[in-house]
Design a binder for this molecule. Structure first.
Ligand SMILES: Nc1ncnc2c1ncn2[C@@H]1O[C@H](COP(=O)(O)OP(=O)(O)O)[C@@H](O)[C@H]1O
Ligand SMILES: [Mg+2]
Length: 262
């Protein structure tokens, strides 16, 4: 469905954020893009959504291809109409508006009657959002804001949703509720998902195939089972480091430091 072919992105015509990135998101699949802070994950999502220009960023080579046709320099709104939507990092809600107003803003590509129907679907998916529908979005908890941000994206009836670190800063329980909803949308409605996460453990639990990006380049990709079995993935992304040795070393180090302090 969606492909990146050898994409290179520069900011300010000078800073290279992403280099020679190729990846593929087949229709109906959940794909993970993993990497640490600053690796280039958000840049890739912005390149797909067509919003790089807002930050003086540009795809200088390669292409983003939807259903076999390059997106070229289409506007962000046009890309949304074609079914690709991004839930940005940090949710980016309209803070002074109510929850319901935020959801309605997400339905800008639909008519009023369709938007009403879609709002009810969002409420069915996230009952907590329904309870809070008349509250000011800026006052919700982080988890509730993430639910509203996802709900707002769904209002455009996307074929594919791109989530930028949806678990960031949230309690495990609320993360579970959010991930359950995403998995449900994928299984029952066939929604295609590109999930960007620093939390590899979480992402590998729900996706089928993953890409790992470091310093703007894809360094490894494969089915999640293969990634999980990979020693480097275990060490650097799953914190497993050859079984217990690393954690033991950490414990010793910790004790030593404590002794120095006392
Ligand atoms: N607006 C910007 N202007 C200049 N450099 C940027 C901008 N946004 C991101 N970068 C740089 O691009 C690289 C990738 O950033 P980003 O895509 O945000 O990484 P991630 O989402 O994986 O944390 C980083 O080195 C970052 O400093
Ligand atoms: Mg990011």
């Amino acid at each position: 469905m969606l492909e990146l072919r050898n994409v290179q992105v520069l900011y300010d015509r000078a800073i290279e954020a992403v280099r020679d990135v190729s990846l593929s998101v087949p229709e109906g699949q959940m794909i993970a893009l993993l990497g640490s802070n600053g690796a280039g994950k958000s840049t890739i999502l912005k390149a797909i959504s067509g919003v790089l220009y807002q930050e003086d960023g540009e795809i200088v080579s390669g292409s983003v291809v939807l259903d076999g046709a390059p997106l070229g320099s289409r506007s962000p709104a046009d890309i949304v109409r074609r079914g690709l939507i991004q839930v940005p990092e940090g949710r980016a809600l309209f803070a002074p508006l109510t929850v319901e107003e935020n959801l309605l803003m997400g339905g800008f590509t639909r008519n009023r009657a369709e938007a009403r129907d879609d709002i009810e679907r969002v409420y069915a998916l996230f009952p907590r959002v329904k309870e809070r529908r008349h509250q000011i979005a800026g006052y919700l908890s982080g988890g509730e804001q993430q639910m509203v941000a996802i709900g707002r994206a769904l209002m455009a009836r996307p074929r594919m949703i791109m989530l930028d670190e949806p678990s960031l800063g949230l309690a495990p329980q609320i993360v579970d509720a959010i991930f359950d909803a995403i998995v449900d949308l994928n299984r029952s409605a066939g929604l295609t998902v590109l999930l960007v996460e620093q939390n590899a453990q979480l992402a590998l639990d729900v996706t089928s195939y993953g890409y790992i990006i470091e310093n703007g380049r894809i360094v490894l990709d494969g089915p999640v089972e293969a990634l999980r079995a990979n020693n480097d993935v275990q060490e650097f992304y799953l914190g497993m480091a050859g079984g217990e040795r690393r954690s033991m070393r950490d414990v010793k180090h910790y004790k030593r430091r404590k002794r120095w302090l006392s």
